[in-house]
Design a protein around this ligand. Structure first.
Ligand SMILES: [Zn+2]
Length: 322
């Protein structure tokens, strides 16, 4: 793809990143620069020297002009070839590398992220291609990458995420003898339960859970929260079993903050997720929800700097995914 063949990228709407699209275009003006980025991140030890697997030594590598060799760097001593995209999400993709990089830029340049539909529009690719890029970037690169349990002051909560009743669903609620319970029954059947925990001024985790039963929730808590943490929750009964020091706020009595006892941090995270899903991604099927949650968790845990978020995603993209 020659750079002149494509329309100049336009500034992403509602961009909150301090890394502008102009800067992106300057750093990655074409596919060649993107390929070289991957070579540098993955193999280059400096001066186009890399470890040659066949020679078992550090050798000088070179690009050759042949059609097959264009994507490869070749050992000048033995002819061994390395392909910087092998095994990565770009492997065997017929989509231009610069479009992939642009997609990663777009997905890290707003706080709420963008949908596959928006990628389709911004990149000028088919929806099928946009969806494939979107899911590979999200599922392979934006995963929950912190495995250590949360500590310090930790807020926990569960919530329901997903589908909104349609007009005919709402008419059915109104026609039923108890509209409120019909609506809540609909919610339980059509929404997915999620458990989340967040460190104040720290990291968050969020997972789809099959039920709110004590054994399910406590298994999550045991895995994701340190036993020495100080935990804040609402007054839901299931939290009665917590081993940690535990404070509660009674949301039923409209008490939301009592001293420093509150769950506003996790509430804030839920509203970010719900706003994103409601506004950007429209509907989320239960099958895809954990992927969305992983993306939001990743975003939240790397929230401090848009530039760092893009740089981190790029660096991850240079690693083979399996
Ligand atoms: Zn060699």
């Amino acid at each position: 793809m020659a750079p002149g063949n494509r329309k100049a990228p336009t500034r992403a709407k509602s961009s909150e990143s301090d890394f502008s699209i102009m800067e992106f275009a300057r750093l990655f003006p074409d596919d060649e620069t993107c390929l070289r980025y991957l070579w540098n991140a993955r193999y280059n030890l400096g001066g186009d020297e890399a470890h040659c697997q066949r020679c078992e030594e550090i050798r000088l590598f070179r690009r050759y002009e042949g059609k097959q060799q264009r994507q490869a760097w070749t050992c000048t001593a033995c002819g061994w070839q390395v392909y910087p995209t092998a095994g990565t999400i770009f492997h065997k993709s017929s989509t231009a590398l610069q479009l992939w990089f642009h997609a990663m830029y777009l997905m890290t340049s707003t706080r709420c992220g963008i949908s596959a539909k928006q990628l389709e529009r911004e990149l000028g690719v088919t929806y099928k291609t946009a969806w494939r890029m979107f899911t590979l970037i999200r599922n392979e690169l934006m995963t929950q990458d912190h495995d250590e349990p949360l500590g310090g002051v930790v807020e926990m909560d569960e919530t329901y995420v997903g589908g909104k009743p349609r007009a005919d669903d709402r008419r059915a609620f109104a026609a039923s003898p108890n509209a409120r319970s019909a609506a809540s029954k609909w919610g339980i059947e059509n929404k997915v339960q999620v458990f989340g925990a967040v460190e104040r001024k720290g990291r968050v985790t969020a997972h789809v859970i099959p039920s709110r039963q004590k054994t399910t929730l406590m298994a999550h808590v045991a895995r994701r929260v340190e036993s020495t943490a100080v935990v804040h929750t609402d007054t839901a009964h299931v939290y009665g079993a917590l081993a940690q020091e535990h404070h509660t706020v009674n949301h039923h009595e409209k008490v939301f903050v009592s001293g420093d006892v509150h769950t506003q941090t996790i509430d804030g995270f839920w509203s970010l997720v719900k706003r994103g899903i409601g506004g950007t991604h429209h509907a989320v099927s239960p099958k895809w929800l954990q992927g969305y949650l992983n993306e939001y968790v990743w975003r939240y845990n790397h929230r401090d700097d848009g530039r760092a978020m893009f740089a981190l995603l790029l660096l991850r993209s240079a690693n083979p995914v399996r």
